[in-house]
Design a protein around this ligand. Structure first.
Ligand SMILES: NC(=O)c1ccc[n+]([C@@H]2O[C@H](COP(=O)([O-])OP(=O)(O)OC[C@H]3O[C@@H](n4cnc5c(N)ncnc54)[C@H](OP(=O)(O)O)[C@@H]3O)[C@@H](O)[C@H]2O)c1
Length: 257
């Protein structure tokens, strides 16, 4: 089992890498700029007897994506599992202040880059394609966001839209490949403490305000999301495809209960 994780050097991607390695996956950790953190995760996995490699690729570039899959296969063998965790947010922005370049980069990363990673995975996993490269089927988990279910928190409408698109795409993808040995699932985290959110959550007042909107009254940990992802990757989830799973502490609550 070879698992390729985009954005695997930090946060949810790194937690998934560690857990999946412990469950017997060989891990290809993709990073864009975080080479040192990526190598650190590789070293941690190797120290516990696992096999991993860190691979640079910017998923907004199609050629990088193709090269990433080629490189992962060359080092670790056919990619059988894919977790698309790479993603970015934007500074809080009202619609009236949208900038076309920011929007294009957001969608190029969160949506189109993810879709092209899925394309590469399908080309390499699908049992319909035959040939010597593996093609034994596989599993894809796309990390979207609860933001997509509510239009985002204030100023995050574009981010929310980029993630809602992932949920819809994943449903269509799953139907496309359901008879080709591939499962595809969208995993929607709620607010999770990672490098992406650490600045926001460092402000205690903001953190409390956010936590008051989560049913469990707390943000999540990357490991809690990784547990759900690794289960979805496993054979225990063999009849689950084309759905979204929320890992969100019970979801949003607004107002007093
Ligand atoms: N944390 C939350 O509350 C939360 C909630 C819902 C959904 N999510 C989603 O969960 C996923 C993981 O986020 P996280 O919380 O773990 O944050 P994170 O630590 O910031 O992880 C995001 C990763 O994406 C990588 N990345 C960004 N642009 C890239 C590109 N063009 N090419 C390749 N890699 C790229 C980053 O690596 P580089 O810096 O090296 O580019 C980074 O390692 C994201 O898709 C995010 O939208 C997070």
């Amino acid at each position: 089992m070879t698992l390729l994780i985009t954005g695997g050097a930090s946060g949810i991607g790194a937690a998934t890498a560690r857990l999946a390695a412990a469950r017997g996956h060989k891990i290809a950790i993709n990073y864009r700029s975080r080479e040192t953190p990526a190598r650190k995760v590789v070293a941690e996995i190797e120290a516990t007897g696992g096999q991993a490699v860190a691979l640079a690729a910017d998923i907004t570039r199609e050629a990088d994506i193709v090269g990433l899959f080629d490189a992962a296969e060359k080092v670790l063998g056919p990619v059988t599992h894919l977790v698309n965790s790479a993603g970015i947010g934007t500074a809080p922005t009202r619609v009236q202040d949208y900038d076309a370049t920011v929007l294009a980069n957001l969608f190029a990363t969160n949506t189109i880059g993810l879709m092209l990673c899925c394309r590469e995975a399908v080309r390499r996993m699908s049992t319909a394609r035959g040939g010597p490269g593996g093609h034994r089927g596989g599993v894809i988990v796309n990390v979207s966001s609860m933001a997509g279910t509510i239009g985002g928190r204030p100023g995050a409408s574009a981010y929310a839209a980029s993630k809602a698109a992932v949920d819809s795409f994943t449903m269509g993808l799953a139907k496309d490949v359901a008879q080709e040995g591939i499962r595809a699932v969208s995993l929607r985290p709620g607010m999770v403490e990672t490098e992406m959110t650490e600045k926001t959550l460092a402000d205690n007042a903001v953190r409390s305000a956010i936590e008051s909107t989560i049913a469990m009254g707390r943000v999540g940990r990357a490991e809690e999301i990784a547990n759900a992802i690794v289960w979805l990757l496993s054979a225990e989830a063999s009849f689950i495809s084309g759905v979204t799973l929320d890992a969100s502490g019970g979801g949003f609550v607004f107002g007093k209960r």
